[in-house]
Design a protein around this ligand. Structure first.
Ligand code: ADP
Length: 457
């Protein structure tokens, strides 16, 4: 029973039926494909002497061929279920009309497609009788018992001849066998056609590889240029930033070295300036190292579950003396109970939080408050917030404070200000931890920086 069922399965195989349909369409479509481009093309050749018109007609013939090839490609996808790579000419292309036309004409796929279209008629002449004829024969044979009943018996019921009817039934069985055979043959024939379509209507493997290699090389080139530009910008900004402390160090050192009648208090002040500027240059070097690492793609974060309460305690303990000693600023902390651990790199996150708190202290006048808070932002993320009651940030600056070397006027007018790298580095670090950093501010009232991190699973 099973042995009989297997060959019959083809009856319910959609690919066999659609392949048969494709094969049967070869002759009529082949005729169309032959007449349209070839006919118009021939007219174009005849018209060539008529200044340009003939060439235009030839171009139209090629365009029609291109559209028909695109239709065939689609037919191949639908009916033969073959994967056809797009033709290069499918892409809209760039450049002027003339450039695109030249690219189209010099594209080998254009000519292969034309050859494919012209081949359809001769192929159809062979395939159509083979499959179309055989399918028609099968249908005719299968319909013969019905035809016998309708035309002979219905006219004169007394003429019913059982033997003749059984003969018709036998013919129907033969027709069914022919039909099944045709369906069985349609699949490999369809596959053959599919190969032909892949070969002639799609871009070849070598072309695909070449195009991919070209686009990869172009992307690599763009990346290298971008990196080079970044490096140039960094060197420019760095030299610019170093000029002021270098001049200050040189000026104060020379004043101290030259024969002078500086008072002890003045000497001490000069030395303090030297120490402060040297510390700033040292901090800048650290920042530059961080930046260089990110630009070189060498920034590595070691992600794990970080206990934010412990981290906040650590930063709080480190920063409280600075807030109190340097300024009259109160530092507070609050961690919501039950906040889950964050997915982060503990040391890097500590660097980010230190930077935010240091900024908050720097840009808050004496008597102000800086608070660190941790809460669950939403189901997926936890929030680390640093808020101050300081000078605030103007709307126009808010969008730019995360840019490298960007400082607001408030910072530029302060001697202790950094180099505008802290927030840029913080953002790069937070993003490397799959998080997000935001700033909000009310100029004159204070600022709020929020770091959103994924909760550790
Ligand atoms: P810097 O090292 O100069 O502080 P950052 O990148 O950390 O550089 O900050 C960039 C700029 O953003 C600062 O120069 C400052 O103008 C502004 N800024 C940062 N934090 C605050 C804050 N809490 N309040 C006001 N302005 C701030």
């Amino acid at each position: 029973m099973k042995a009989i069922a297997v060959p019959l399965r083809v009856i319910v195989d959609p690919v066999a039926w659609s392949s048969l349909l494709f094969l049967a369409s070869r002759m009529p479509l082949g005729l169309l494909y032959f007449l349209l481009p070839a006919g118009i093309g021939a007219a174009g050749v005849l018209l060539v002497p008529l200044a340009g018109i003939g060439v235009a007609v030839l171009v139209v013939a090629l365009m029609i061929a291109w559209a028909l090839a695109a239709f065939e490609r689609q037919l191949g996808r639908w009916w033969l279920r073959v994967e056809v790579r797009p033709s290069a000419s499918d892409a809209p292309g760039h450049g002027s009309w003339w450039v695109r036309l030249r690219a189209f004409v010099s594209d080998s796929v254009t000519w292969k497609s034309l050859a494919y279209l012209l081949l359809q008629l001769p192929l159809g002449v062979v395939v159509f009788p083979l499959f179309g004829g055989a399918a028609a024969l099968a249908l005719g044979l299968m319909a013969s018992p019905l035809a016998y009943l309708v035309f002979v018996v219905a006219a004169r019921p007394t003429d019913l001849d059982l033997i003749a009817f059984l003969q018709r039934l036998g013919m129907a069985l033969g027709g069914a066998i022919v039909g099944i055979l045709v369906l069985h043959l349609a699949r490999p024939a369809g596959r053959g056609y599919g190969l032909l379509i892949q070969l002639m209507l799609g871009v070849g493997f070598a072309d695909v590889e070449l195009a991919r290699a070209r686009s990869e090389a172009a992307a690599e080139h763009a990346r290298a240029e971008d990196l080079e530009q970044k490096r140039r910008d960094l060197i420019m900004s760095m030299s610019h930033e170093l000029r002021t402390p270098a001049a200050s160090i040189q000026g104060h050192a020379e004043a101290l070295l030259s024969p002078n009648d500086l008072s002890e208090a003045e000497r001490r002040r000069f030395l303090e300036v030297l120490a402060r500027e040297a510390a700033r240059v040292g901090a800048l070097t650290d920042d530059l190292l961080s930046i260089a690492r990110t630009d070189a793609g060498a920034l590595q974060v070691d992600l794990g579950a970080v206990d934010l309460a412990e981290l906040v305690d650590h930063v709080y303990d480190a920063m409280t003396p600075i807030a109190r000693r340097d300024r009259e600023i109160t530092l507070t902390r609050a961690v919501d109970p039950g906040v889950p651990a964050a997915l982060a790199d503990r040391d890097r996150l500590s660097q980010v939080l230190m930077n935010l708190v240091r900024n908050a202290i720097t840009y808050t006048p004496d008597g102000g408050i800086v608070s660190i808070r941790v809460s669950s932002a939403d189901g997926e993320r936890v929030a680390l917030v640093v808020e101050d009651t300081g000078v605030g940030i103007e709307r126009a600056d808010l969008d730019r404070i995360f840019d490298r070397f960007y400082r607001t006027d408030a910072s530029r007018s302060r001697l202790t200000g950094g180099f505008g790298l802290g927030l840029a580095i913080s953002r790069e670090l937070v993003e490397a931890m799959h998080g997000e950093i935001r700033a909000e501010s009310e100029p004159g009232s204070g600022s709020r920086f929020t770091v959103l991190l994924r909760r550790a699973a």
